[in-house]
Design a protein around this ligand. Structure first.
Ligand SMILES: [Zn+2]
Length: 328
């Protein structure tokens, strides 16, 4: 029986259990969990003396471990079955994984879930911790956890010594539980943000549909909807009021001076909803005085800098919704 996990290579853990079935492998790894691996993927992509073109970095392997830990339901059924096509696609997509601020959010979620089940603090960070939260290695994950302690979101005892044992008796603080609950609420289906904007503007429509909506969903779990997404019979004004009333937040685009959007903004502000304003950058620069920027948060967009806009919008949203602000 083999004892090296073909993915994490036991770099940070003790032996894995590897059973060979024909040429395929069946693995039970303390870090990556249980998975199956095709002979081809093992031989061509993951086995150590592989061709230089497919030499996997430690970071890519760590990201793969994270993917196996959390990817069920997407590419995998309950027990991941790792085949060459999946590994090749994963490498081609740049071995992407959570950024440090998402890793920090994952730490809060991990500790909250564990404590919710056992009713006890987490005794120490388990061997699979870095893979579960998506950190590049155990030291990085432990450092992030320490930073969450210093920010008052986690509690725990820093038992680090020269031997390096790290944090023990880990729990969430009250602020940490607030973040945990806010994060969970945002992920419940049916929670959404409402977007008020000028319709039938090709540039804005395609930017919102193809860039902003997917980015907000990915980062916060919230769907972003506008009136066109709601096929319901009834008096349009009443439907719109209900949509705004039940939304977690409202985003209002002011680029086209749309009076409907201004009205919706006022209605949402009156209800005490978090309202975030957006505007196309050149329009904003030219007509700045239209907007009372001293009192409103306005995030400026341009199609060329869509990613930058999305990042700023999401950071603003997370602050407004009291989601964990991230470590960045
Ligand atoms: Zn492993």
């Amino acid at each position: 029986m083999l004892s090296e996990c073909p993915i994490c290579q036991n770099k940070y853990s003790t032996a894995a259990q590897v059973v060979v079935n024909g040429g395929d492998l069946s693995v039970n790894c303390p870090v990556c969990g249980q998975y199956d691996l095709s002979e081809e993927a093992w031989r061509d992509l993951l086995h150590p003396p592989k061709p230089a073109g497919h030499r996997l970095s430690d970071l890519c392997r760590a990201r793969l471990s994270h993917r196996l830990r959390t990817g069920s339901g997407e590419d995998f059924s309950d027990r991941p079955d790792v085949r060459s096509e999946f590994v090749i696609k994963f490498i081609e997509n740049g071995c992407t994984g959570p950024n440090p601020s998402e890793q920090a959010t994952n730490i809060i979620k991990y500790v909250g879930n564990e404590v919710a089940v056992s009713g006890e603090p987490v005794p120490s960070l388990p061997i699979e911790f870095y893979a579960v939260v998506g950190a590049p290695n155990p030291e990085f994950a432990a450092q992030l956890a320490l930073e969450l302690v210093s920010r008052g979101l986690l509690s725990g005892v820093n038992a680090s010594s020269k031997d390096g044992s790290g944090l023990i008796n880990i729990n969430l603080t009250l602020d940490g539980w607030d973040s945990y609950e806010a994060e969970k609420r945002g992920r419940i289906a049916g929670n959404y943000g409402f977007m008020a904007l000028q319709f039938n503007n090709d540039i804005l429509d395609s930017f919102i549909k193809n860039s902003v909506k997917p980015a907000v969903k990915e980062a916060t779990g919230y769907d972003l909807v506008d009136m066109r997404d709601i096929p319901r019979a009834g008096i349009i004004d009443n439907i719109m009021r209900a949509q705004i009333r039940d939304a977690a937040f409202v985003i209002v685009d002011l680029t086209h001076d749309n009076s409907g959007a201004y009205w919706e903004a006022g209605y949402a502000e009156g209800l005490g909803k978090p309202v975030i304003y957006t505007c196309e950058k050149t329009k904003f620069d030219e007509a700045k005085t239209h907007f009372d920027t001293n009192h409103c948060t306005t995030v400026l967009w341009s199609v060329e800098n869509g990613d930058e806009f999305n990042l700023e919008l999401i950071a603003t949203l997370r602050r407004s919704l009291k989601l964990f602000p991230g470590a960045g």
